[in-house]
Design a binder for this molecule. Structure first.
Ligand SMILES: NC(=O)c1ccc[n+]([C@@H]2O[C@H](COP(=O)([O-])OP(=O)(O)OC[C@H]3O[C@@H](n4cnc5c(N)ncnc54)[C@H](O)[C@@H]3O)[C@@H](O)[C@H]2O)c1
Length: 350
């Protein structure tokens, strides 16, 4: 079985001290920091004191720039700076920069070292772990890429102070997902917590442990790692629906996944995999943080039709991750169109 190399994850205020040590220990010929305009403004000032000599490559922010054109520009700048194989690339940003910076590093000169300094809640609790790298292509998310781990990850939740609420919530949805698929204890903590920023460093740490424990058994997503897609089959269908119907207020990934988790929990309940009390707890936790999406009964068939585009489907069958009690899940469950539509009706009824 192919495995990916191990790497250390440093969490806490002192994590940037470890970065200094890491750079000193590895005798790099040069260090390049990759930023976008927001992380350059808000996060780079916190980082630069930890570095002595380095260059910065700055790209435009957002999913729309996670593509090969931006990679070309980064490769060009690395080349213009004379970066050799002993250069370190530091990805200072959210999931977009972690995925794209890692991809650029693995392909430049057949591979230079890279580390992630995630700066969004989503990248801290999810994207910086597991080695998925890549960019969007022809309008399809993450169509070009590879699995390759960073040399290390450095997490300081102080970066989150400047993050917008909507991006904060996107990350929170993934933390809820980690609890639902793998930890009833974490789920109880989330239920008890007052607001979503409470104890965020502990939640990030717990989330990373859960994701690491899943990906280390299935680094290339042949089986168990698919669990991390819970809520995403219907979530992605909702996202596509709002992209197509662009006269409506757009929804963010986390909001769509949050609604998807409610719907997919309903299917889990319908199949007797979770109790009605569990379904109600899940729905009320999610609705505490995520307002209901603006969809109507007439939209449901269109949203359900989008599920057929899901990457997890095989042989024309819609394969879902369903819960098996809170904290456990079942992968590759074949789901019918009727179940999908009824689950969305349940969501609407809340
Ligand atoms: N590799 C994986 O396993 C994995 C997992 C989940 C998601 N992803 C990918 O992650 C991406 C989404 O990541 P994201 O939600 O972090 O989006 P993002 O990287 O686009 O960041 C969101 C926005 O916040 C800004 N920002 C980042 N840090 C900030 C800070 N500290 N203060 C103020 N603004 C800040 C960014 O400039 C951007 O505008 C998607 O492309 C998705 O495919 C990857």
């Amino acid at each position: 079985m192919k495995t990916l190399h191990k790497y250390s994850v440093h969490i806490g205020k002192e994590s940037l001290d470890y970065l200094q040590q890491f750079i000193a220990n590895n005798n790099y010929s040069g260090v390049v920091v990759l930023t976008d305009e927001n992380t350059h403004k808000h996060c780079y000032p916190l980082l630069k004191g930890s570095l002595s000599s380095y260059n910065v490559i700055n790209v435009k922010s957002g999913e729309g720039y996670k593509n090969l054109s931006t990679c070309l520009s980064i490769w060009q700048q690395l080349s213009d700076l004379g970066c050799d194989r002993k250069t370190l690339l530091i990805n200072l940003g959210g999931g977009v920069l972690c995925d794209m910076g890692g991809f650029v590093a693995v392909t430049y000169l057949r591979g230079i070292d890279f580390v992630h300094i995630p700066t969004t809640l989503l990248s801290m609790s999810d994207a910086c772990i597991g080695g998925k790298l890549g960019v969007n292509f022809n309008g399809i998310k993450n169509q070009i890429g590879m699995f390759h781990n960073p040399k290390a990850v450095f997490i300081n939740v102080d970066f989150l102070k400047t993050l917008s609420e909507k991006h904060y919530l996107s990350g929170y949805a993934e933390i809820i997902k980690h609890a639902l698929i793998a930890s009833v204890q974490l789920f109880s903590k989330l239920i008890q917590s007052g607001e979503y920023k409470e104890n965020i460093e502990k939640l990030v740490t717990r989330s990373i442990k859960i994701k690491s424990s899943i990906v280390c058994f299935d680094p290339l997503e042949k089986g168990r790692r698919k669990a991390l897609n819970f809520g995403h089959s219907i979530g992605h269908a909702l996202e596509s629906f709002f992209i197509i119907n662009n006269h409506r207020k757009p929804v963010y990934h986390g909001e769509a996944v949050a609604a998807g988790m409610i719907a997919e929990s309903w299917i889990s309940w319908k199949r007797n995999f979770i109790s009605i009390e569990e379904l109600e707890m899940i729905s009320s936790l999610i609705l505490r943080f995520f307002p209901k999406l603006n969809i109507s009964k007439e939209d449901i068939p269109k949203i359900a039709a989008n599920v057929k585009m899901d990457k997890k489907n095989e042989y024309n069958q819609k394969l879902f991750i369903l819960l098996n009690g809170i904290g456990q899940c079942r992968i590759n469950e074949i789901v019918t169109d009727e179940e999908i539509m009824l689950s969305l009706e349940y969501y609407l009824s809340l």
